[in-house]
Design a protein around this ligand. Structure first.
Ligand code: SF4
Length: 425
């Protein structure tokens, strides 16, 4: 792959399109020349079938059938597509594949959290985490291999951006999770899944057809709004009633604050929004979430206030990692309340005890401090639950599995930070 230089823009590292000479129109590349259908919408599949020799009418019909088998039933073999003629199935298999990211490592925590280290077809590793709770099961999905940003509390921030994940590699994570959890609809259940919206209760209970995987958060490795098109295309397949059929109310996209893309996110994707806020003053947020140097707190909160679809029933989540003596004072809590009220935001605050990793520059706030902070926000009428740390025995925090295999020394980390900081201008 060609090395790509970061283009320095004052105050920020902007996304860099990583050249993919082998990547054609969003198709996940394969060495054997066959085309991976995962990640493609029905229309594109029909076009490929037509290019491969079917007439337009047959291509459209086959695409409809194949789409259903791929995304709704989760089959990984053309032979299993029973309503497609037996003679047609080898024709498909010669030209196309049904891909999944490769599983390099799978870990299962004593608290039920599962974590997978996955690999793209061209050999890049990334992560996916499944977090079961009493009333829901949430899959944390990655959008990039590495990240251009360097949020100082985040382990992924210590990695360079390798490349954006394709739509196929993003939706492929959800499909892989359904494979692992055995959650594809069986015959006769298919129609139930398509009616997911009606089958789930408003506060996020398990779906009535008994699935464990009920929610998705785009909160894994990478900044999803810096890979907008692929994330949008993947989530459309996830939300498609004839695809994975998950309601948009059950999908949350988390951004560090890429303000110019937030309006498009509401209009073109329409999922719930979460914002990695983590600080309420310019100085501290500039340090912890350096994209703040480009898009400041006020601009970000105004974009949240303008986010179409946010309401008291679909509140914006503000993620706030609790860092000892950095962002955890009573004054910080009061300022957080003031900002949320000032912008009239339908908000909830997720307080996250910091999960330190080797070489991390911060410590976690004390439990007493977290409680005091939470109380101030809660007493102002804003929900501020403290997220229970999950999967600590398997290093389930973002970026930890990938870097366990490539441990960096403190000096290496400082060098990498300095490199990224330099590009911030
Ligand atoms: S928190 Fe998200 S945006 Fe920030 S460095 Fe980590 S992966 Fe990137």
């Amino acid at each position: 792959m060609t090395a790509t230089k970061l283009m320095p823009i004052p105050g920020h590292i902007d996304p860099v399109p990583v050249p993919r000479p082998d990547l054609v129109e969003g198709i996940t590349p394969r060495e054997d020349g066959r085309v991976d259908l995962i990640g493609l919408p029905k229309k594109r599949i029909a076009e490929l079938f037509e290019t491969a020799g079917l007439d337009a009418k047959a291509a459209k019909l086959r695409a409809k059938q194949v789409f259903h088998w791929l995304y709704h039933r989760g089959v990984t073999d053309f032979e299993a597509m029973t309503d497609i003629a037996k003679t047609m199935r080898p024709w498909l298999a010669e030209r196309f594949v049904i891909g999944r990211p490769e599983i390099v490592e799978a870990q299962h925590s004593s608290d039920g959290t599962r974590k997978w280290l996955l690999r793209t077809a061209d050999g890049h590793d990334f992560e996916m985490v499944f977090i079961p709770d009493a009333d829901r099961g949430t899959l944390c999905v990655s959008s990039q291999v590495g990240c251009t940003l360097n949020c100082r509390f985040c382990h992924t921030g210590t990695m360079r951006l390798v490349r954006n994940l394709t739509a196929g590699e993003i939706v492929g994570q959800v499909m892989l999770a359904r494979d692992s959890l055995g959650e594809w609809p069986k015959s006769g259940q298919a129609d139930l899944a398509a009616l997911d919206d009606d089958l789930v209760d408003e506060d996020g209970g398990y779906s009535a057809d008994g699935r464990l995987l009920t929610n998705i958060v785009m909160m894994g490795m990478g900044e999803p709004l810096y890979n907008f098109d692929n994330v949008r295309d993947a989530l459309k397949l996830v939300m498609d009633g004839d695809g994975l059929a998950l309601s948009k109310r059950r999908i949350t996209l988390s951004t560090s604050g890429v303000v110019p893309k937030m309006e498009r996110c509401a209009e073109e994707i329409g999922v719930n929004l979460a914002v990695s806020l983590h600080a309420v003053t310019k100085d501290v947020r500039d340090e912890i979430v350096p994209i703040n140097k480009k898009y400041g707190i006020e601009e970000l909160l105004q974009a949240c206030a303008d986010y179409k679809g946010a309401s008291n029933a679909r509140r914006i989540t503000f993620e706030y990692v609790m860092l000892k003596d950095k962002n955890d004072s009573d004054e910080d809590a009061r300022e957080l309340v003031r900002l949320i009220k000032h912008y009239k935001l339908p908000a909830k605050v997720n307080l996250i005890p910091f999960n330190p990793w080797p070489g991390a520059p911060y410590e976690c706030s004390t439990p007493e401090r977290v409680k005091a902070f939470s109380n101030i926000v809660f007493e102002a009428g804003i929900s501020a639950p403290v997220r229970t740390p999950r999967g600590r025995d398997i290093d389930a925090a973002c970026g930890q599995l990938k870097t366990a295999a490539e441990k960096k020394s403190r000096a290496e980390l400082e060098r990498l930070y300095a490199e990224k900081e330099k590009a911030l201008g």
